[in-house]
Design a protein around this ligand. Structure first.
Ligand SMILES: Cc1cc2nc3c(=O)[nH]c(=O)nc-3n(C[C@H](O)[C@H](O)[C@H](O)COP(=O)(O)OP(=O)(O)OC[C@H]3O[C@@H](n4cnc5c(N)ncnc54)[C@H](O)[C@@H]3O)c2cc1C
Length: 814
């Protein structure tokens, strides 16, 4: 080990592609006092044995931006550093062998076009011309991705390391970090056998070891190593460096030319977790035992796909560990509960193709406290402690690895590690026949099946088996009354003399309202982008309740706590499990409530936006006149211990009014008809309230301003070039999910951010941003002929800025 400094501005744990890329990018941003500590040798973890596939696109716009950046970076690193990376870009082909996969690929082409990524549907014959050894007898169609490529992972990692060193970073091998040092809730350095290094920031890039590094300081990095396989044949005729990569996802395999041989990689349906009880201390450049039996079904299929494989031997059966996560996405960003500690790990077999971009994004996050753009889908704050338990993690990663190549069905649910986090009403909801979906480990009723029906999903790109049940729930809410179990929602109590000051600093709306009122607001980042979308109830002068989505529970709390000044006299307490929450929604909601309470519920006494403590069925509850479905309704917060009693009373009282239990699919179709935005889809850290049509939530002139105001001020009262628009399809059969391209007068102007069938409006409804290229008056956005592209077909759509359902909100306020 070369001599260890006593201090570095940033210490990076791990010298794989991700650690080296983070170091490289930090130095590019001007942070040159960077120290990478690698326990063995650079690349000795997972990086050295990667197949080196590089895709120009991933499943979302921002991850695609990072992947595309990665490709471009690796292609130019040799010129900058003198170290070759072996990048070639012969393109890639994905084939479909059934019509469902073909629809998936075609929908993907539309999505990629809207990301400005080249992708072209081709016929089976054209696919065979590009990949002559392929048998295309069963191929329905294929897609050609001309920019995709491959690299040499070791060389690429070395090029990043050299680039980082050239700009001042130090890299020390054989320097294992044995402990992260913590003081007052902050990481302050690391300990190694050779001594301590103090640091302002510590970054965990320890690959399959990252979970252990995190655990030691109470940071959840839920990843687990799984065995990951490829085989390499003997030299084979027809193999040349320009041969595209070929993916046959229906048969769990990819094919790549490798120095005149063929490399066949596998994403088998049920994976094999490895080293569940701990990684051997000396594991470096390690290989795991061959397992022909495990891979046999995939190799049999490979023989059918590439018959000439029958004429060559297998030179190498490779099995190496790679980290997989509970949702198949990587883990990036600042730990929610430990300041100055960052994570970049869990790359689910795309660490090489994501490494360049992930390093760039993390360096930005370390330097500026915010990512360069919305990276919520990979944010470390999306995880909960239960997901880091081996009992959850191990079965889940066995499933999540295979899902990377399985059909990406809309609404697809995990089958493993279910039922761990439930509402206090769970037993009642199960008994009522709910079909469940999981968000952040929480079981939520997505729909209720008919009596005697087994409420399991039957997936397709068309109307799925729950469509009719959900329609009935939707209509019950519109015409009568529905009851939603919203207990999963996160709840934070914010209290103390400075609670108002903190909340008003963070909220763009004014939460300085009279006690007994609720405020709908966004929390913005310094660029004016929407970091959270939630409600704030003022209970007393110095006591507030923040209600937000379950998925963003830790994310939103991290955001709020970031802005607590040391002098603030305020406490933020997560009381999510302390309360159940029921949504009683629909024109008869008031009548049902009134059966159970003596409180005056008339609109004069209890108007929209009121939030009161009342007695309901003899129990104290907090009822709030607010809705996410566009009807008269109440969100009822009830202490967990009283929840069953209140639920039962509501169900009984609702019976004569035709009350129906309703699930989250109905909530989604209802909210989208009313054009209520959903954070993470329609509104993200990359969208401002102005373009999202939420200008009514901006309290521009409130005393003290708010975070994000300065960034937005220049746009106040001005025209936007981009706006959120609601679309109703002309064809009642077509279905929208998300990322379908939006066309206006024959020009692509954006993509759908969320979509669902609107049962009241009679066709699929979508929200999405239209970008007109230059600032335009609002009415301009709904002029012109709009079409939405679904799987290559353009379908006419009506565009609207006002909600197509109840544009005046008469029902909500009635
Ligand atoms: C068979 C196979 C094929 C693959 N093919 C591809 C592909 O085609 N394309 C693609 O994009 N990805 C592929 N991958 C995935 C890719 O290899 C990984 O995602 C990537 O290498 C992860 O990089 P990393 O830097 O996070 O981890 P690593 O490369 O494992 O680096 C982490 C480093 O941290 C060090 N470390 C751990 N603990 C400590 C400590 N306490 N102190 C100091 N150092 C520590 C380790 O020694 C290690 O070197 C493949 C993986 C496998 C197994």
């Amino acid at each position: 080990m070369s001599s260890l400094p006593s201090h570095a501005q940033v210490v990076i744990i791990g010298g794989g592609i991700v650690g080296c890329s983070t170091a490289y990018h930090l130095t590019k941003l001007g942070i040159t006092d960077v120290l990478v500590l690698e326990r063995k040798q650079l690349t000795s973890g997972t990086t050295w044995h990667a197949a080196g596939l590089l895709r120009s696109a991933l499943a979302s716009y921002n991850l695609t931006r990072l992947a595309t950046y990665t490709l471009d970076l690796y292609a130019r690193l040799e010129a900058e550093t003198g170290q070759a990376t072996g990048v070639v870009q012969p393109g890639s082909i994905s084939i479909a062998t059934n019509k469902e996969r073909w629809e998936e690929l075609l929908r993907g082409v539309g999505m990629l076009h809207s990301f400005d990524v080249a992708a072209e549907p081709i016929s089976p014959n054209e696919a065979q011309q590009k990949w002559p050894l392929m048998n295309v007898d069963d191929v329905v169609g294929a897609v050609w991705y001309p920019r995709d490529g491959k690299c040499n992972p070791i060389d690429t990692c070395m090029a990043l390391a050299r680039g980082a060193r050239m700009s001042g970073a130090r890299i020390i091998e054989n320097a294992k970090v044995t402990r992260v040092l913590v003081e007052n809730g902050r990481a302050i350095g690391v300990e190694t056998p050779e001594g301590v290094v103090y640091a302002e920031k510590v970054v965990n890039c320890a690959g399959i070891w990252s979970r252990d590094v995190g655990l030691q300081v109470g940071v959840d990095v839920p990843l687990q190593a799984c065995e990951h396989f490829y085989v390499v044949t003997d030299p084979m005729d027809g193999m040349h460096p320009d041969l595209p990569v070929m993916r046959d996802m229906d048969h769990c395999a990819y094919y790549k030319e490798d120095a005149g041989k063929l490399l066949i990689g596998a994403f088998e349906p049920v994976a094999k977790p490895w080293a569940v009880d701990g990684i051997p201390e000396d594991f470096a450049f390690g290989e795991l035992p061959e397992d022909y039996e495990h891979l046999a079904p995939i190799l049999d299929d490979a023989l059918r796909r590439v018959p000439s494989l029958g004429k060559v031997g297998i030179r190498k059966f490779f099995n190496g560990p790679e980290s997989f996560t509970v949702d198949g996405r990587y883990v990036l960003g600042p730990a929610p509960d430990l300041k100055n500690f960052f994570v970049a790990a869990g790359f689910n077999s795309i660490g090489i193709q994501s490494g360049g971009g992930a390093g760039l994004a993390l360096a930005h996050w370390v330097m500026h406290g915010e990512p360069p753009f919305d990276l919520w889908e990979v944010d470390v704050a999306r995880f909960f402690p239960h997901q880091n338990a081996k009992s959850f993690l191990v079965p889940r990663v066995s499933e999540s690895l295979g899902l990377l190549y399985a059909m990406h069905w809309p609404f697809r649910q995990y089958e493993s590690s279910r039922g761990v986090r439930t509402s206090p009403l769970h037993a009642r909801i199960v008994a009522a026949g709910a079909g469940f979906g999981e968000v952040a480990g929480y079981e939520r009723p997505n729909w209720f099946g008919a009596p005697g029906e087994t409420p399991n999903y039957v997936y397709s790109y068309g109307r799925q088996n729950w469509f009719e049940a959900s329609r009935k729930e939707h209509m019950a809410v519109r015409e009568r009354v529905g009851l939603f179990d919203q207990s999963c929602f996160a709840k934070f109590e914010v209290k103390g003399p400075d609670a108002l000051r903190l909340l008003n600093r963070v909220s763009c709306n004014d939460v300085e309202v009279a006690p007994g009122r609720v405020v709908y607001t966004q929390w913005l980042n310094t660029k004016g982008g929407i970091e959270a979308d939630l409600t704030v109830m003022r209970r007393r002068e110095d006591n507030f309740l923040v209600i937000t989505a379950v998925g963003s529970q830790l994310h939103d709390r991290r955001h709020l706590e970031r802005y607590i000044d040391p002098s603030d006299r305020v406490a933020v307490v997560d009381v999510s499990s302390g309360y159940a929450m029921l949504g009683l929604m629909g024109p008869r909601a008031r009548e049902v409530m009134q059966v159970l309470t003596s409180a005056d519920l008339s609109t004069t006494a209890f108007p929209f936006g009121a939030s009161r403590e009342i007695e309901l069925a003899g129990m104290p509850v907090r009822a709030t006149r607010i809705t996410y479905v566009g009807e008269l309704g109440y969100e009822i917060l009830v202490v967990t211990g009283y929840a069953l009693h209140v639920y039962d009373a509501l169900v009984t009282a609702g019976e004569p009014h035709g009350l129906k239990l309703a699930g989250y699919h109905a909530m989604n179709s209802l909210r989208i008809e009313k054009a209520y935005r959903h954070w993470g889809h329609d509104i993200t850290p990359d969208d401002t309230p102005i373009e999202a049509g939420l200008g009514f939530c901006i309290a521009w002139d409130k005393a003290g301003g708010f975070i994000g105001r300065d960034a937005l001020l220049g746009r106040r009262g001005k025209q936007s070039r981009r706006r959120l628009v609601q679309f109703l399809l002309e064809d009642p059969e077509a279905l929208l999910y998300h990322d379908e391209p939006i066309w206006r007068d024959g020009k692509r102007v954006g993509r759908i951010t969320s979509g669902m069938f609107g049962h009241t409006l009679g066709a699929a409804v979508g929200l999405g941003y239209a970008d007109l290229g230059e600032p335009a008056p609002a009415e301009e956005f709904i002029k012109g002929r709009y079409e939405i592209e679904i799987a290559g077909r353009r379908i006419g759509a009506k565009a609207s800025l006002k909600p197509l359902y109840d544009p005046q909100s008469a029902r909500v306020r009635g």
